[in-house]
Design a binder for this molecule. Structure first.
Ligand SMILES: Nc1ncnc2c1ncn2[C@@H]1O[C@H](COP(=O)(O)OP(=O)(O)OP(=O)(O)O)[C@@H](O)[C@H]1O
Ligand SMILES: [Mg+2]
Length: 254
């Protein structure tokens, strides 16, 4: 079963920008899938369409076999979304932010409260539950959004740059936690500009450039695409995946 199955997806925004030019992508159930690409490549647009926040121009999208046009509400229940932008109410107690999200999925408060407390504790926010969102640091806000996205026990978690601004130690803690959830059956779609994170976590990697998928393969196959000439290049070198990524994007832009 695919957590997400996208076919022939196109998107032209109102201003004429062609953000997606025929994207087809299957994300198999289980484990981490990384969707990588430079700024403006179309990652957030794919996520927006898949979660019902953005209207597509053409193509089909299925979430666990449910077409987002035919069964939009059902398709949405499978997904927990951590969006790229901070988007919770800053004046709300963070415990309420998570509990109220449960309300959208019909989870009674009596059930949502203990679950929210557990999630916030697991994500290192146990001592902040009574704080308002605006009292959190940038990295804490990201983790609050993850707790909120998990309240209805989704089978598919979509993370659009979840670690932007999260410090090294907390990032590791976050990934360890999410790894545990994937071992219990959660599927994770991740976009990130930290390519060493993707290299370590993802079993499968897709790279999108200018609205088109240019690579979609296992991490091992993608890493093997790097032709290491052995000559030391001047300047800063990144992770292996970073080198492959830059090669592929350069080739594709030519
Ligand atoms: N609401 C919008 N209206 C018009 N154009 C948009 C809108 N949202 C995105 N775009 C354009 O669509 C293209 C793809 O944007 P998108 O946000 O999907 O990229 P991305 O891969 O998520 O980039 P980033 O890594 O910077 O988050 C860009 O050219 C962007 O300017
Ligand atoms: Mg984006």
């Amino acid at each position: 079963m695919n957590a997400l199955s996208i076919k022939g997806l196109t998107k032209t925004y109102g201003n004429g920008v062609q953000a997606l030019k025929g994207v087809s992508l299957d994300i198999p159930e289980g484990d981490f899938f990384a969707l990588l690409g430079p700024n403006g490549a179309g990652k957030t647009t794919i996520i927006g369409i898949s979660t019902g926040l953005v209207n597509k121009t053409a193509g089909t999208v299925e979430v666990f076999g449910h077409d987002i046009d035919k069964e939009p509400e059902l398709a949405k229940t499978y997904i927990g979304l951590v969006g790229q932008e901070i988007n919770f109410n800053p004046f709300e107690r963070i415990l309420d932010t998570v509990v109220n999200q449960g309300g959208y999925y019909g989870i009674p408060r009596s059930e949502a409260i203990p679950r929210a407390k557990q999630l916030l504790t697991d994500l290192g926010l146990g001592d902040k539950m009574e704080s308002n969102g605006m009292q959190l640091s940038g990295g804490m806000k990201r983790r609050l959004m993850i707790a909120r996205a998990l309240i209805h026990k989704p089978k598919f978690l979509i993370l659009d740059e979840p670690t932007a601004g999260v410090d090294v130690e907390l990032r590791r803690g976050m990934w360890d936690y999410l790894r545990k959830l994937t071992s219990e059956g959660l599927t994770v779609l991740l976009t990130t500009h930290y390519l060493e994170e993707a290299e370590q976590l993802a079993k499968q990697v897709a790279i999108i450039n200018k609205g088109q998928i240019i690579v979609n393969d296992t991490i091992d196959k993608v890493l093997a695409m790097h032709t290491d000439t052995g000559t030391t290049k001047e300047g800063f070198r990144g992770s292996r995946l970073e080198e492959v990524f830059l090669d592929l994007i350069r080739e594709n832009n030519n």
